[in-house]
Design a protein around this ligand. Structure first.
Ligand SMILES: O=C(O)CCC(=O)C(=O)O
Ligand SMILES: [Fe+2]
Length: 265
């Protein structure tokens, strides 16, 4: 079976735009399997917490740090994803954390404009040598609150972040100016598509007022040498035990264990 692989042309586009969308990164059978594990995963459900947006709508997520042999980890450890992160970061990457995002129909709240490095800077990472890898587990459309990005905004560097509702958001004046100069892109994705995006790319998403859930898996990678000077994030500077791409389909039958070092809210 052939698996998608990032190319130097993908890297050039990532450097220019701050993101690269890989269609069909997962095969249909893989994404079906992952989604069905995710929606039935009691540990995920127990460990999930929610965040209110500026309008008080709430969106659910679970976040953990440690990789193991569960299906999510087998994707996060897969050759195609890790080599993609290595290529884009320009060196060996480590796994910072993974999140299962559950934007439920009618209730799933918005995410305000932010850069992921807006948060991670506070966690003590000195360099923005970090990126997010978002895989759609269900179709992600304008209607169910897909990710929106400001093309090329990673080149602005880190923007000040402050609180917006219960979320940390980027300075609105800067965001407004960026929107005058740069293209706003709604990143619609089919289940199994994967978006790699730079930690300084401005992004947000609308509430999900549709009837369709929007579930996605986001794994964040860090250049292994980019050791945070504070906090306790051991996985962020540990070697990833890479697995072959076919392992998810062959062996990825398990949900997550409750010792995955979850963020507790
Ligand atoms: O997937 C989304 O809607 C946005 C989530 C996000 O940006 C984040 O968790 O940092
Ligand atoms: Fe984000």
């Amino acid at each position: 079976m052939d698996y998608k692989k990032l190319t130097p042309a993908d890297k050039a586009q990532f450097e220019k735009d701050g993101y690269i969308l890989i269609k069909g990164m997962l095969q249909e059978a893989e994404v079906k399997k992952l989604y069905s594990i995710a929606i039935n995963d009691q540990v995920i459900s127990n460990k999930s917490f929610d965040r209110g947006d500026a309008n008080g709508l709430r969106t659910k997520l679970a976040l953990w740090y440690s990789l193991a042999d569960d299906a999510y980890s087998l994707l996060a450890r897969s050759k195609r994803i890790v080599e993609g992160a290595n290529l884009l970061l320009g060196g060996e990457s480590a796994h910072f954390h993974s999140k299962l995002m559950q934007k439920e129909p009618k209730v799933g709240g918005a995410w305000e404009w932010h850069q992921d490095y807006g948060y991670w800077y506070r966690d003590g990472f000195l360099y923005p040598q970090m990126l997010s890898v978002l895989t759609a587990l269900s179709a992600s459309t304008k209607e169910n609150g897909c990710l929106q990005v400001i093309k090329g905004s990673h080149l602005m560097g880190r923007i000040e972040h402050g609180f917006s509702g219960e979320q940390v958001g980027a300075n609105q004046e800067r965001v407004d100016e960026a929107l005058k100069n740069s293209e706003l892109v709604f990143v619609e994705m089919e289940a199994g598509d994967t978006l790699f995006f730079h930690s300084n790319l401005l992004h947000r998403s609308d509430a999900n007022l549709s009837d369709a859930p929007r579930w996605s898996l986001i794994s964040a990678y860090n250049l292994i040498t980019n050791k945070p000077y504070k906090g306790n994030y051991p996985s962020a500077t540990e070697k990833i035990n890479i697995v072959n791409d076919d392992v998810l389909l062959q062996a990825g039958n398990e949900g997550i264990k409750d010792n995955a070092n979850f963020l507790v809210k």
